[in-house]
Design a protein around this ligand. Structure first.
Ligand code: GTR
Length: 416
């Protein structure tokens, strides 16, 4: 008997003996995980209406309370200022704009800088938004890009937690701007640290400082939720930019920023398409697969990512009453792409596949195709339905191969 199944049998036995609740189970790859289509009151969800009016809202509430924490809405008084624009960027192929978002409208308050490229050959361009790890200046080596002054983790080119000129273009390989522009998409990116610096600072820095009432409670506004909130604020700006087709904006994220992209897609239905690149634990990976990163590791290394209530699940990975297929399901019926890399064992690529696959019943209930593959696919063999998945060779990264699949997926679902 598999270890997880043994654990489940023990829970069932205890529950029967002591009268507790047994969460109805869904089977993926022979493993039992909580059923996304069973309401908290035990009723099976059999109609789209039940999903939309009962199950989806109760899952959103659950994940806000137990994992990501509560997020504020769109801030009143938020202001945008386009501080740079060049219609001759990328050898004339694109218009580059840089925009500061003042979250509370005050120039000395919390703020983020958007770096935006718009294809010159499209009138009203669909777009892809995503946060970056190491500053807007890291996605392309161009002195015209404002150097971020936010807090930085120790990494190449960072001195005293501030970025230096040496960080310019260090992640250009993960952001093939020309390829994306040639395909007819705008790209908007923001440094994660503008929204919330990625360290445990007691939520003193970052946007949380604007919302003290959301702290000091179990479901506090934590970092992954703040990044997701920031992604929605980028979309708020794009809605004001006439060059952008703001109804067709995909949200993308890699790794911890993929965790944020999934939560942004789950909670903000204005995003018609979601891309998770190696989002791992707290992203697309099923926690019930205990190899790879577990809750205990996340909570030790990154205690600020999720809300205080999430800590009670440390050590419970294989017996959780929820799992990440439920978060992916919240995106349904909007298209979602989950991608893995074979050597990215921390993310557990197979567990990311089954996370995506376990959302399939919701997509089908809503009358759309789910994920066609019935087994973990071979390398470089994308399986593409409304849910898409691929695993490529290599390690934790974003490669041209990944982007080619995402852009084809976007062509299929995002272009008019
Ligand atoms: C790791 C973390 C993962 C993943 C990764 C990343 O240290 O354990 O959950 O998010 O960082 O963001 O690159």
């Amino acid at each position: 008997m598999k270890k997880q199944n043994r654990a489940y049998c023990i829970i069932v036995l205890f529950s029967l003996l002591f009268g507790g609740t047994v969460h109805a189970q869904q089977i993926v790859n022979g493993m039992q995980i909580p059923d996304v289509l069973i309401l908290n009151n035990g009723t099976k969800v059999t109609t789209a209406k039940q999903w939309n009016t009962q199950r989806r809202p109760e899952l959103i509430e659950f994940f806000k309370k137990e994992m990501y924490g509560q997020s504020p809405g769109k801030p009143e008084g938020m202001k945008f200022r386009v501080f740079e624009s060049d219609s001759n960027a990328l050898a004339g192929k694109a218009t580059r704009k840089q925009i500061t978002v003042y979250f509370n409208g005050k120039e000395d308050g919390p703020q983020m800088d958007i770096l935006l490229y718009i294809p010159n050959h499209i009138k009203h361009a669909p777009a892809i938004v995503g946060l970056n790890f190491d500053g807007n200046q890291s996605v392309i080596n161009d002195p015209a890009i404002k150097m971020s002054t936010s807090w930085f983790d120790k990494t190449k080119g960072v001195v005293n937690n501030r970025a230096t000129e040496a960080t310019r273009g260090i992640h250009a390989g993960q952001w093939p701007l020309e390829m994306i522009i040639d395909k007819g998409y705008a790209v908007a990116t923001v440094y994660r640290g503008d929204i919330d610096p990625d360290f445990d600072d007691g939520f003193k820095n970052g946007v949380q400082a604007l919302y003290p009432e959301l702290q000091n409670k179990g479901d506090n506004f934590a970092t992954v939720a703040a990044w997701a909130w920031g992604l929605s604020r980028i979309l708020d700006y794009l809605e004001t930019d006439k060059a952008i087709d703001a109804k067709h904006v995909a949200v993308f994220g890699f790794s911890r920023l993929g965790k944020a992209a999934l939560w942004a897609g789950a909670t903000d239905e204005r995003f018609p398409l979601v891309i998770s690149n190696e989002s791992g634990a707290g992203g697309a990976k099923l926690f019930h697969y205990t190899s790879g990163e577990r809750i205990a590791r996340i909570e030790t290394k990154f205690p600020h990512w999720f809300c205080g209530n999430f800590k009670k699940y440390i050590g419970q990975d294989s017996i959780l009453p929820f799992d990440q297929h439920m978060v992916i399901s919240l995106i349904a019926p909007r298209p979602v792409y989950v991608a893995s890399a074979k050597d990215d064992t921390n993310s557990n690529p197979e567990a990311e596949f089954w996370g995506a696959k376990a959302a399939d019943p919701v997509y089908r209930l809503l009358g759309t195709e789910g994920l066609p593959a019935t087994q973990w696919p071979a390398l470089n063999t994308p399986s593409v339905g409304r849910i898409a998945y691929h695993v490529r060779p290599g390690g934790h990264n974003v490669t041209d191969y990944d982007w080619i699949q995402y852009l084809n997926f976007a062509d299929k679902y995002l272009k008019k």
